[in-house]
Design a protein around this ligand. Structure first.
Ligand SMILES: Nc1nc2c(ncn2[C@@H]2O[C@H](COP(=O)(O)OP(=O)(O)O)[C@@H](O)[C@H]2O)c(=O)[nH]1
Ligand SMILES: [Mg+2]
Length: 183
């Protein structure tokens, strides 16, 4: 059975829950203690499909400004972007276009592959503190041609869906690339 490997970037401002989402997906756990990611963290998630395996190399970037140059180097060759903001912190939502531009400019996916992605509003469990409407999130995602998810690393809401969507979009892009080369 074939194995396909894709590079996924998990990005967004600090403290929005990027590391918590990934940790929840990989270990099923949520740790409320905050520990800032230093530089960059690499993790591997593997998903089995009936016709093959998908390995996602997930790069969890630190959100701190001082890591900007380090981040740029890691954007190269990205297949899929998971852009996270905090649903209780409106400025993190407003920063999304800036993050999107920086990453799509630096991503340079392999020839013929285009960057797919999802916009993730995290901390959806904090219903009393939500700082934007679902419609606003949805509209921005549409504008950026991304899939929109409202998620919670705390409850697990939509967490596996985000990574499944990543694997499926990367596979579909690769398949259409192969088909276009056969014609
Ligand atoms: N209530 C709630 N808190 C969260 C959620 N995800 C992360 N957090 C908390 O937000 C803080 C930042 O999380 P972290 O994953 O380190 O954010 P990162 O800087 O984007 O990697 C931590 O205190 C987490 O416990 C969530 O879905 N719900
Ligand atoms: Mg982190």
């Amino acid at each position: 059975m074939p194995t396909e490997v894709f590079k996924i970037i998990l990005a967004g401002p600090r403290n929005v829950g990027k590391t918590s989402l990934l940790r929840r997906y990989l270990s099923g756990r949520f740790e409320p203690q905050y520990t800032a990611t230093i530089g960059v963290d690499m993790n591997v998630a593997s998903l089995d499909f009936p016709d093959g395996k998908v390995v996602l190399d997930v790069i969890d970037l630190a959100g701190q400004q001082s890591f900007i140059s380090l981040r740029n180097r890691f954007y190269q060759g990205t297949h899929h972007l998971i852009l996270v903001f905090d649903m209780t912190d409106r400025p993190t939502f407003e920063e999304v276009p800036k993050w999107y531009d920086a990453i799509t400019q630096g991503a340079c996916p392999s020839p013929g592959m285009h960057l797919t992605g999802s916009l993730v509003g995290n901390k959806a469990d904090m219903v009393q503190k939500l700082a934007l409407t679902s419609q606003e999130g949805q509209d921005l995602a549409e504008l950026l041609s991304m899939q929109y998810f409202e998620a919670s690393a705390k409850t697990g809401q939509n967490v596996s869906e985000i990574f499944l969507h990543a694997a499926i979009s990367c596979r579909m892009t690769l398949q259409s690339l192969r088909q276009s080369k056969q014609v």
